[in-house]
Design a protein around this ligand. Structure first.
Ligand code: 13P
Ligand code: SF4
Length: 353
């Protein structure tokens, strides 16, 4: 597809994305919070349920997931954990595609989400009708989609990937001489393309959170903290990625804070990740990378408005009422499971290496 035509597709999809305002979250008094967490832990036990949370969710939810035998992870590890865990109910704190992926991999289990309405700008910006049309026009390409997509889009793809495994999968496909159609995150796609040199056609989606990191302001901040390592999630714009010492998935960025000798870090990803970074490296200094928020209107301010919809109160409510259950039609789940399972099987071969 020519560049001009790609612009047209972007013009069609971008107005479809309605970014919600940041939810108002009054801080609970400490004693109430402890009591609420205890009540949730008891309900998880009674219902044979396990809590799986993403690194971008509220720190209290992350801590509770770990304290109750669940996990806090990136989207790849969340899928792996959900696929392997014996609990009858999976409670997924994150955004909708994460709950859907758990349901697709465990169709016989109950999957609850504290915020089932929490979507993602990448998912919203990749509607199945337009994406199908895009794929049909490039039918000689292998379709690789980011996990941040609907079950329908996954079902139309050959491979699902997360940021933690995208590079390895694309290298593997390139070795087999395959041409790749990539969706929906154009920044991650361009990054993978640059590192692998593979021919890739990119869907023009983006993440509203990472899209806002600004290269010029980051350069100025780095000049004030020259010893700081710059950590960037690859959903960020190319010029921001170009300034990074480490580019990687949420897990890779957390490991960098833990393992690098630097005392200071400038972090270009959702600020929810600081919870785990502080836990693993309490002596290190973490600085948020500048966003459009400095002197401009900011849609995200480095906080995903959909991830923020996950609260302790909502979690308690879905466990009490059974609301927030994720459903994926079995026939659709069976088709979407194929490319997800392909990713998990491939990930298992990498782990053994
Ligand atoms: P990870 O796969 O790195 O956890 O990222 C998921 C995501 O939504 C990033 O914005
Ligand atoms: Fe989607 Fe971006 Fe939010 Fe991740 S941070 S869930 S990619 S909108």
């Amino acid at each position: 597809m020519k560049n001009g035509a790609r612009e047209t597709l972007a013009d069609v999809i971008l107005p479809r994305i309605a970014v919600p305002p940041h939810p108002f979250k009054p801080e609970l008094p400490a004693a109430d919070k402890v009591a609420l967490k205890e009540r949730i832990a008891a309900m998880l036990r009674q219902q044979n349920a396990v809590l799986v949370a993403h690194y971008y969710t509220d720190g209290d939810l992350q801590d509770l997931a770990e304290a109750t035998g669940g996990c806090v992870a990136d989207s790849l590890e969340m899928a792996r954990f959900a696929a392997a865990h014996p609990a009858q109910t999976l409670v997924v704190a994150g955004v909708r595609f994460m709950g859907e992926t758990s349901k697709i991999l465990n169709n016989e289990k109950r999957v609850l989400m504290p915020a089932p309405e929490a979507t993602c700008s990448l998912d919203e910006g990749c509607p199945i009708d337009l994406f199908t049309d895009f794929c049909d026009r490039h039918s000689d390409h292998t379709v690789v989609v980011y996990a941040n997509t609907s079950a329908e889009v996954k079902a139309r793809s050959h491979w699902v990937v997360t940021s933690g495994i995208a590079l390895s999968v694309v290298k593997h496909l390139a070795e087999k001489g395959e041409k790749i159609l990539w969706g929906p995150d154009r920044h991650l796609g361009r990054y993978v393309q640059r590192l692998t040199g593979v021919e890739m056609i990119l869907w023009p989606g983006s993440c509203v959170v990472h899209e806002e990191f600004k290269a010029e302001a980051l350069t100025r901040l780095h000049a004030l903290h020259p010893q700081a390592a710059v950590l960037v999630h690859p959903e960020s714009p190319e010029e921001v990625v170009a300034l990074a010492d480490v580019v990687g998935s949420t897990t890779a960025l957390i490991q960098a804070v833990r393992d690098l000798p630097n005392r200071e870090f400038i972090v270009a990803t959702d600020a929810g990740i600081f919870n785990k970074m502080r836990q693993l490296a309490p002596d290190k200094i973490l600085l948020g990378a500048p966003t459009a928020g400095e002197g401009a209107t900011c849609e995200s301010c480095a906080r995903c408005p959909w991830m923020e919809m996950n609260t302790l109160q909502q979690l308690a409510r879905v466990l009490e009422t059974g609301e927030g259950e994720i459903q994926v039609a079995p026939e659709l789940a069976a088709r979407a499971r194929i490319p997800i399972q392909r990713m998990l099987d491939f990930a298992a071969t990498l782990k053994k290496e």
